[in-house]
Structures are given as C-alpha cells and as structure tokens.
Design a binder for this molecule. Structure first.
Ligand code: COA
Length: 174
C-alpha cells in the first residue's frame, strides 16, 4: 500500500473514488437524489480539477498499483462558516475536508495512514489545529476521529442536496 499526493492528472480517478465512497458517510434514509445532487455539485471530475488547482487544497490517495482504495483532502485557511470559525479554537487551522476509504479497506490501516499524512502536512505548514465536520450518526467515523484526538467543539448543519444534516465539528489541537 502506498500513499501519493494527487496531481491534476488524477482528478478523474479521485472523482470516481469520491462518488463511489460518498454514500458510505450518509445516514440511512438519505435519498439517492440528494446523493446525486451532492456528487454532481462537489465530487465531479471538474470539481476535483478545481480542487487540485487551488493552492490551499491538497489531496492524497492510497491504494495498490492502479487500484485506489481511499483519499484525504485538506484545506488551509480561515473557515468560511462563522459557526465553525467560533468553534475552532486555534489558528492557523486546516480543515480535513474529506477522508473516504472503500468499504473493503475499512479497518485496514489505510485511513490511519491518510489521516497521518494530512495532519503531519498541516503541522509542517505551521497549523496550530486541524478540524473537520462529521455526521452525528456516522458512528464509525466518529470513533475513528476520537481515536485520532479530534474532540467535539461544536455542531453545524451540512447540506446534502435539499437535506440539512446534523454534523459535529471536531478539532485536534496540534
Ligand atoms: C471514516 C473512515 C475513513 C475510517 O476508516 P476505518 O478504516 O473504517 O477506521 P478504523 O477501522 O481504523 O477505525 C474505526 C473504528 O470504529 C469502530 N467501529 C466500527 N463500526 C462502528 C460502529 N458502528 N459504531 C462505533 N464504532 C464503530 C471500529 O471498531 C474502529 O474502532 P477502534 O478505533 O477501536 O479500532 C472509514 O470508515 C470510511 O471511509 N467511512 C466511509 C466514509 C466516511 O464516513 N468518511 C468520513 C466522512 S466525515
């Protein structure tokens, strides 16, 4: 298993992995229509081309050879959302914006490797904290984040299609 920093040429395959794995984070009852709307708006190949061209954003992926198993995306800078800006205590901060691993690789350690790369990169660029939002019903992800030292510091609403989901905001002070 290797971890690589994604390049602009990887936009299409990271998008395909993102669209495949996004439903794993959705609570039961999320409609296919809302999932599709989110994937079109935020996880398309064009979205990832834009993410990979943005100097505040980094993406790493892990897998075996050409097979991608998971990815993580981090975003530097002040949170846009005032609720989050107030909840997160330390500055500068970096958002762990997306971390998704194929179901077949849950528990394999790849998520831990991806998280470690993103956190160490944030630390190296001088961040004093990393933060993320996670659906309150996503028990597996919440357990994973708790184990990684991300404490609940607030709550936010997260839009998936026309549905507003309840998230925890979690922060890990570095
Ligand atoms: C979140 C994610 C990256 C974590 O990776 P992972 O390989 O599953 O994580 P790990 O197996 O190392 O840790 C998960 C922990 O949750 C535990 N767990 C599993 N199912 C659980 C459940 N239903 N309730 C509570 N804990 C659960 C595991 O036993 C493990 O506990 P441990 O720390 O004691 O070992 C991965 O599950 C994933 O990609 N999920 C789908 C996408 C997603 O939800 N992304 C996050 C969006 S915010």
């Amino acid at each position: 298993m290797s971890i690589s920093r994604a390049l602009p040429a990887d936009a299409h395959r990271v998008s395909a992995l993102a669209i495949e794995t996004f439903p794993l984070a959705c609570p039961p009852g999320t409609t296919q229509e809302n999932i599709d709307q989110f994937c079109t708006a935020k996880l398309s190949p064009e979205s990832f081309e834009a993410y990979l061209a943005d100097p505040r954003i980094r993406i790493w992926f892990g897998g075996h050879g050409d097979e991608l198993l998971g990815y993580v995306m981090s975003v530097s800078g002040e949170p846009d959302d005032l609720v989050i800006a107030e909840a997160v205590s330390a500055r500068p901060t970096v958002e762990i914006s997306k971390i998704y691993v194929r179901a077949s690789a849950h528990g394999s350690g790849i998520a831990q490797q991806l998280m470690s790369v993103a956190v160490e990169n944030a630390r190296a660029e001088g961040a004093q904290s990393v933060w993320l939002g996670v659906n309150q019903q996503n028990e597996r992800a919440n357990t994973f984040y708790e184990r990684n030292g991300f404490l609940v510091v607030g709550e936010r609403r997260f839009q998936v299609g026309d549905s507003l989901e309840e998230d925890f905001v979690r922060e890990k002070v570095l």
